[in-house]
Design a protein around this ligand. Sequence first.
Ligand code: C5P
Length: 230
Amino acid sequence: MSDDRLIVALDVPNALQGLQLTEQLGDAVSFYKIGLGMLTGGGLALANELKQDHGKRIFLDMKLFDIGATVENAVRGLAQFNLDFLTVHGDPHVVRAAKEGSAGKELKILAVTILTSLDRNDLDAGLIRPGDVPEIVRERAARAFDAGADGVIASPQEAAMIRALPEASSKLIVTPGVRPTGAELGDQKRVATPAQAIADGADHIVVGRPVWAANDPSAAARAILDELSS
Ligand code: C5P
């Protein structure tokens, strides 16, 4: 059995490259994230193929944000594909609409708190109210849970704090911004190692570039899985 705590982000431009990567990774990886970068490159078709023909679990990272009616319709359409996770922004009206749209389906709605690539300067630029990033993350997580979110996306550095929220009981915490020791940060600013993220309460970690941009993606994924099981 492969360890589905590791979700590999297939941030490659098209479905063909995505499929090739999953073939390289083989049975070791059972959970994939497909996001906006592959939308015009057959991302949804690949999500379907990996789910139906290869038995993989799929996290569709769409980070939806719109008026409630539009979010609900979009999620209702996406929920027909029987995928596993879908992201929306954590604003309560968006989360409530997404839950309406996914009613009766297995699809879990995960709320984005604050993107892990953002720091306080970025929040200032976006006119987000004063306060520490972790404090805003915690409040957004609590509000998203209250609105019905099945889980949240958060930096691993905030996982323990979110896990401690009373609202987080039986909810999922999924953490991108994970970097094995020595890996390049890229644009991620609030990072932790895979083992640390899980120890702090994450149910799943999302790892992109350290796997798909590695010279040997399969060895990179195996190293992360070894770290998780040790
Ligand atoms: O390459 P890297 O490991 O940084 O990829 C992380 C993935 O997680 C990317 O696909 C990115 O879009 C996604 N993500 C994130 N921060 C969030 C939500 C999603 O980095 N808050």
